[in-house]
Structure formats: structure tokens, C-alpha cells
Write a protein that binds this ligand. Structure first.
Ligand SMILES: Nc1ncnc2c1ncn2[C@@H]1O[C@H](COP(=O)(O)OP(=O)(O)OP(=O)(O)O)[C@@H](O)[C@H]1O
Ligand SMILES: [Mg+2]
Length: 337
């Protein structure tokens, strides 16, 4: 079955053709990073307008690059949640229009489940496993029973991990997007230069939960110290110390979840899965079987959307034209905060 995937939840406009949920025939990703760079973050109105201009060309390129024609496509899979509502609406409306005019069925899928699916495009990973989803808007440790069944064990109680990277980078004037830049700087810095704390969680928080708000504030407050005499700002050391705390916090919870559940298989997804320190920490853990997507499949892309959508389309689970876009996660089994 050939599935056309369409992704427009944030600032990447992407389309892909994937065969049987596995074989990537094309994966066109048009990023808006250069457009949003000067604002140090994504401007939603500009993002949706740009998607409107790009989506048709991106979809046509993906079909052309795959070597297929629209007539060969058996189903359309589109991200309809979660994300920026205006951006989501563009991809979803395009998918609906294409489906209505061609008669090809379509399905709306969850972007976070798609991030988790990315590794399945490159490996055959049997369920269940522990999923670690770390992206710009989400941080989740979950027990993954199937492609559409995630039991949330822990999540962030405030900022997402990628969001903390982006905010720290913004305050230090490092540029956008912050994750890659901090990761690069950290490799030249001393992680012991500053002692940033692990999150102390309030009573009632789950034992696998994380929190980035306090860490982010501590790192940003450190900036004020540099205005005092005798201090010299050292971005490499700040980056390395922040990264040690931000990723260390995640790894600690994940290792605890693995030991408590007895599940030693871990699949990582989302933009922060590209992080070099996270990759090395998890790969060094001998008792764990760890899967990371390749770099291109960590951040937003339509191949993961087409891959996941195949499984719904295969069981003839179709959406209809009443489907709406949603800014929140809707599909996890346990209540998502
Ligand atoms: N090497 C890296 N180290 C740390 N963070 C990274 C790295 N590369 C990318 N990121 C972060 O990943 C995030 C982007 O990932 P992604 O595209 O999955 O997020 P999003 O789509 O904006 O959010 P979501 O998927 O939650 O809706 C950004 O916050 C970025 O800073
Ligand atoms: Mg994403």
C-alpha cells in the first residue's frame, strides 16, 4: 500500500510517500527555520501563511520524487494534532481537498505517535517497549503497547525538554533553534563547570515526571552573575552544564522505568532524539536495547506520518471531511495532562 503523508504541525512543511509503513520512497522537508530565525522562535501566523504557499509544491515534489503518480496512491495520512492550529489547518485542508477530488481515503493522525513511529521506518521493533518522546512541545516516558496505544508513565509538569533548550539559547543570544546550537557548544565545554539541579517535584507528581522550568530559570539566572565583576561568560560551559542536567534528568527517570517495568527495549523519538549526549548516555547503558531514528527522522517529517498512517488505513480506519485540527494530544491511553 502506498501512503502519501502530509505534515504541517509547526514550521516544517513536509510530504512523503511510504510503502507498507516501511519503505520511504520520498520525504520532502521544506523548513521555515530561516524565516523564523530573526524572531528567535516560530511566529504562528507567518508559519501558517508560509505553509499555504508551500504545501502544493511540496506534495507534488514528494509524489514526483517517489516515482509514482497520484493514481498510484492508496491512502493519505495527515497530521491533524497536536500543534499550531493555523499550521495544522493548512495540511489538513489540503489533504481533505485532495481526498475529495481524487477519491483516495485519508486519515488524520497524532504527530506525537508519529515521532514515536519514526524508528519503525528503519527497524522492525516488536511491541511492547518503553517510548521516550522528547520534542519541542512534548516530553513523555510511556509504555508502548502498539502504534496507537501508549500508557503514559511520566511527563513534564511544565516546559518540554526541547522548549527548555530553545529558551536557554534565546536568553544567551545563541540563536534559533537552540537545541542543535547548545548541543554543539556543549561538546566543547565542561559539564562540571556549573552545578544545575535536578528537578525537585512537588508532592503528587509521578515518579517518572520531569520538570524543566526550575532548571531553565537557574541557567538564565546564571546569566545575571556574569554581569558582576570577575565573571567571564562562557557559553560552552553553560551549554555543557545545562545539557548534563537536562538530559541526565530524563535518563534517570527512563532507567528507573526500565528497571521497574522490566522492559529493556527503548525507542526514542522527537527533535531532542538528535542530541549527542542523550544518544551516548543511552547507548552506553548495557542492559538496554535502544533505538534512535536517523537524524533526518528525529525532527518533523512526513515519512513518519505516512508510516504511522498506513496502519490505520490498512484496517480501513478512515477520517471524513468533518475532521478538525486540534492543538492538544488526544490519543494516549492514560489521561494526558
Ligand atoms: N541536537 C539537539 N539537541 C537538543 N535538542 C534538539 C536537538 N536538535 C533539535 N532539538 C530540539 O528539538 C525541537 C524540535 O523538535 P520537533 O520538531 O520534534 O519539535 P516540534 O515539532 O516543534 O514539537 P512537537 O513535536 O512536540 O509538536 C526543538 O526544541 C529543538 O531545539
Ligand atoms: Mg514534532
Amino acid at each position: 500500500m502506498l501512503v502519501l503523508g502530509i505534515e504541517s504541525s509547526c514550521d516544517e512543511c513536509s510530504a512523503a510517500v511510504v510503502e507498507d509503513g516501511k519503505k520511504i520512497l520520498s520525504n520532502v522537508i521544506a523548513t521555515q527555520i530561516e524565516i523564523h530565525k530573526k524572531y528567535d522562535g516560530v511566529v504562528p501566523e507567518i508559519a501558517s501563511r508560509t505553509h499555504t504557499e508551500w504545501v502544493k509544491g511540496v506534495v507534488e515534489s514528494a509524489i514526483k520524487e517517489s516515482g509514482c503518480t497520484l493514481d498510484d496512491i492508496d491512502g493519505i495520512s495527515v497530521t491533524n494534532r497536536p500543534g499550531l492550529i493555523g499550521s495544522l489547518m493548512v495540511g489538513l485542508s489540503y489533504a481533505k481537498g485532495l481526498s475529495a477530488s481524487s477519491g483516495i481515503p485519508f486519515v488524520g493522525i497524532d504527530h506525537i505517535l508519529a515521532h514515536l513511529y519514526a524508528s519503525q521506518l528503519e527497524n522492525d521493533i516488536e511491541y511492547p517497549f518503553l517510548g521516550l518522546i522528547v520534542s519541542g512541545g512534548h516530553t513523555v516516558i510511556g509504555k508502548v503497547q502498539d502504534f496507537d496505544n501508549v500508557e503514559v508513565l511520566g511527563t513534564t509538569i511544565d516546559d518540554a525538554c526541547g522548549e527548555a533548550y530553545d529558551k536557554v539559547a534565546k536568553h544567551y543570544g545563541l540563536g534559533y533553534p537552540g537545541g542543535v546550537l547548545i548541543d554543539e557548544l556543549a561538546q566543547k565545554g565542561d559539564p562540571a563547570a556549573f552545578n544545575f539541579p535536578d528537578a525537585s517535584l512537588h508532592k503528587g507528581a509521578h515518579r517518572y515526571d520531569v520538570s524543566y522550568s526550575g532548571l531553565k530559570t537557574a541557567v538564565i539566572n546564571q546569566l545575571n552573575q556574569f554581569h558582576n565583576e570577575g565573571y567571564e561568560i562562557n557559553n560552552e560551559n553553560i551549554a555543557a552544564s545545562f545539557q548534563k542536567a537536562a538530559i541526565g534528568m530524563l535518563a534517570k527517570r527512563l532507567f528507573k522505568a526500565a528497571s521497574d517495568t522490566g522492559i529493556n527495549k527503548v525507542v526514542v523519538g522527537g527533535g531532542v532524539a538528535a542530541n549527542s549526549y542523550l544518544r551516548s548516555l543511552l547507548k552506553d547503558k548495557n542492559n538496554l536495547e535502544v533505538y534512535f531514528p536517523s537524524m533526518l527522522l528525529c525532527t518533523d517529517n512526513a515519512a513518519m506520518v505516512a508510516g504511522l498512517g498506513y496502519h490505520y488505513l490498512n484496517r480501513e480506519e478512515y477520517s471524513d471531511l468533518t475532521l478538525n485540527a486540534g492543538s492538544r494530544v488526544m490519543q494516549f491511553k492514560n489521561k494526558y495532562p
